[in-house]
Design a protein. Sequence first.
Length: 209
Amino acid sequence: MKRNPSRRQVNRSVPKTTQPTVSTNRNGQSQMPNTYLQVRSGCMVRYDVRKSVKEGIVPYALEGMKGKPAMLNVPMARIRIISKAFPWSISIQAPAGSIVTCNAVFRELHGQLQNYITDAEWAIVAVDKTRKRAIEKAADSRQEKDRDNRLKRIDWLGDVTVFEGLEKDEEFEKQICLRGSTSVTGTWVAKFGKEDDAGPAALMTRMTR
């Protein structure tokens, strides 16, 4: 059968669209971070994780998200946070019979980043002079306040310490997950920015009282 040369072939394929803040669990249910935690919403709360939650987030914002689930549509009892800003994962487990809340996400981000850097983690940047200097500079600044001379995970972030929200990046998740390990439902990527990007205050909120 001869083709008609005057007839053009039309590509009717639909361009793929991505929704980095939406995920689907094993039951086919959509998951999305609360608007307090969404990157695309501008993240209603931009929180400097160097500070405690009470110090870094204004009271009315804390009250506004009190008890609200971290995940919309399908509240989760456990979520895992990974990031391009650090090489480990942060697991947040709700108490029995409860769910992970927005407040819990902020508390755990701050709390778990106060853990000390291990020898194995430090070996990752031992030969990266630029990254090593950035970590040591951040540690020097922190140590002026807390007088703790050991390196902490928060120092790893350098000056990129403002939490800007959670987003979905399945490709990145696959890259960093150990081969043969079980995939964790509810894995999200934390995005961080610099304090200057957040303005003069540690908290930037796009909400009305």
